[in-house]
Design a protein around this ligand. Structure first.
Ligand code: PHE
Length: 351
């Protein structure tokens, strides 16, 4: 026998509502509306039984009770299903608006160092690293600066063991904070045979009072190339390529004789002033040129110190200050700002 129409109607309505329940509260709500003792629709239907004609009472009663059980079971199943679908504690609610991440920024000095590394990597140079706490031998002596050499006065050195060696070189060998990356020339040649093509980036230290252009700690990149037929022309060509890649294609490069104990001949290298493009301004002191690095042909005494045959091999080396390059490229007028953790400056660089 078919169920009475009012029971069927109620079943259809219930199923439609059941479909729309999404969480445990919806299910409880639905239960109240159909099975609630006071206002539940099924309960209300059962209450009408008393007034129904006897011949209908039985059929209606059975159908209504069956529907009640059916609804109980359906609600129970639904409750379990939505409970399972609930996200676990701590899960992310993907419907909430997102929070933008605040990544850090590349430090300008890191950007310049990476740029220099990329330029030299592309032409076959290996990137090597060495210790910042260096010994007297690698920082000075093997670079043709024996203990009494006046060139050591050119660099005010921070000694780690507190004792500045007395003139004349008596006493125990000193440990110091390297004053330049040139010691890496020695360290690399001690352990490798030519041909050599390396750059060595890193921190260096000097007893300088900080000002616009000086910091007691700064960064250099050393370059060294050694082979059997290396000439000053190779040095000029390589540095020209390097400086044009680093600054501008139309940067002009000039070489002026200079002196370093570990190179002969030695040169100071200049580029067209980045501010006035060579016209003359306050920064370049009206010369149109800005000094950018020191370089030269490796001194035979240096080859002898590392056991190379100075008759057979020639080479060149250079050292460039990263802070100075960064100051020029990014127009920062005070290199102390690179070490001040100043977010107004740092946030202008890519992350
Ligand atoms: N070491 C020198 C300096 O600190 C730079 C330099 C490196 C010069 C290599 C010649 C050769 O300024």
């Amino acid at each position: 026998m078919d169920a009475p129409p009012e029971v069927n109607q109620l079943r259809t309505a219930f199923r439609a509502e059941l479909e729309r329940t999404a969480g445990p509260r919806d299910v409880q709500d639905l239960r109240d509306r159909y099975l609630g003792r006071k206002r539940g629709r099924v309960v209300a239907l059962l209450k009408t039984l008393a007034g129904a004609p006897p011949e209908r009472r039985r059929a209606l009663g059975q159908a209504a009770n069956a529907l009640k059980q059916e609804i109980e079971a359906a609600l129970e199943a639904r409750r379990a299903a939505v409970a399972e679908a609930r996200p676990p504690a701590g899960a992310v609610d993907v419907t909430l608006p997102g929070r933008a991440p605040a990544p850090g920024h590349r430090h300008p000095l890191s950007l310049i160092r990476e740029e220099i590394e990329a330029i030299f990597s592309a032409i076959g140079f290996e990137i090597v690293h060495g210790p910042e706490a260096e010994d007297d031998y690698h920082n000075f002596e093997a670079l043709n600066m024996p203990a009494a050499h006046p060139a050591r006065d050119m660099q005010d050195t921070l000694y780690l063991d507190g004792a500045i060696p007395p003139p004349g070189g008596e006493g125990r060998p000193a440990t110091l904070l390297r004053t330049h990356t040139s010691g890496m020339q020695i360290r690399y040649m001690e352990t490798h045979e030519p041909p050599i093509r390396i750059i060595a980036p890193g921190l260096v230290y000097r007893r300088d009072t900080p000002d616009l252009t000086h910091s007691p700690m700064f960064q250099q990149v050393e370059g060294l190339l050694v082979g059997e037929t290396v000439t000053m022309g190779d040095l000029k060509g390589t540095l020209e390529h390097f400086l044009r890649a680093l600054f501008d294609d139309d940067t002009r490069v000039a070489f002026r004789p200079s002196f370093f104990p570990y190179t002969e001949p030695s040169t100071e290298v200049f580029i067209t002033c980045v501010f006035c493009r060579g016209g003359g301004c306050a920064v370049c002191k009206r010369t149109g040129w800005i000094e950018i690095l020191g370089a030269g042909m490796v001194h035979p005494a240096v080859f002898e110190a590392v056991g190379y045959d100075a008759e057979r091999f020639t080479g060149w080396a250079f050292g460039v200050g990263i802070d100075r390059v960064a100051a020029l490229k990014y127009r920062v007028d005070d290199i102390r700002r690179f070490y001040a953790n100043d977010l107004h400056l740092l946030e202008q660089f890519p992350s």
